[in-house]
Design a protein around this ligand. Structure first.
Ligand code: SF4
Length: 216
């Protein structure tokens, strides 16, 4: 059966979050998500604007000058991403492939990271959502965690993830406040995140800078 990916949008912009902050990237937003977070800020996850087969999407990715392609959503891992990686190899695409995932399908992500047939790096960023607990074992060398500090943070959920990220050698953990237009509330959030960074010094403060500067 041929695969077609439902896509909400494909665009170039600056990534402001996590380890790629400041980097010019191509974003591919897949439609659909297996979660329904109350504070989700990605309504585009429900909008399907096109359907592309793996080779069609690989050719679109090949066209960008960006060195990094970010597969995002929605939740990209509800789709078979291995077929896209196969197509990227055939199309001789040599870009870093970052996958922004809520981490509910770690089996697929681990299999993608473990592939040794790609000339490019596959680097998932895991952004878990409550109440998902951290795994019992380390993820993979260089694993990236992005934890969102909500307007009303559930510390019983967040703290185990902060401890997990801090204790796993090679894991980079970013703590990112949920966006709000309320400047006074942003100051409260930043002080709370500073306190958490004091308690977990390897954790880094990440911001959604594109919202401040009106980028996608
Ligand atoms: S996992 Fe992400 S895209 Fe899916 S509902 Fe939650 S916040 Fe939205």
């Amino acid at each position: 059966m041929s695969i077609e990916y439902p896509i909400s949008e494909i665009f170039e912009s600056i990534q402001f979050e996590g380890e790629n902050a400041g980097r010019f990237c191509l974003f591919v937003r897949f439609t659909g998500c297996n979660l329904n977070c109350l504070w989700c800020d990605t309504p585009q996850r429900n909008t399907e604007k096109m359907r592309l087969q793996p080779h069609e999407l690989a050719r679109r990715i090949a066209m960008t000058q960006a060195e990094t392609c970010i597969l995002t959503g929605g939740e990209p891992t509800i789709h078979n991403l291995s077929a896209l990686i196969d197509a990227l190899i055939v199309e001789r695409v040599n870009k870093t492939i970052d996958i922004e995932s809520n981490g509910t399908d770690l089996t697929q992500l681990c299999a993608l990271v473990d592939r040794d047939d790609t000339p490019f790096c596959i680097c998932p960023t895991i952004s878990p959502k409550p109440p998902m607990p951290p795994p019992h074992e380390a993820l993979w060398p260089g694993a990236i965690l992005k934890l969102v500090y909500n307007l009303e943070p559930d510390m019983t959920w967040l703290r185990p993830w902060l401890e997990f990220g801090s204790s796993m050698f090679g894991t980079e953990t970013y703590l990112q406040p949920q966006w709000t237009e309320d400047e006074a509330f942003r100051r409260i959030q930043s002080r709370k995140i500073l306190e958490l960074c004091q308690q977990y010094p390897s954790v880094r403060f990440s911001i959604q800078g594109h919202k401040f500067y009106g980028l996608e």
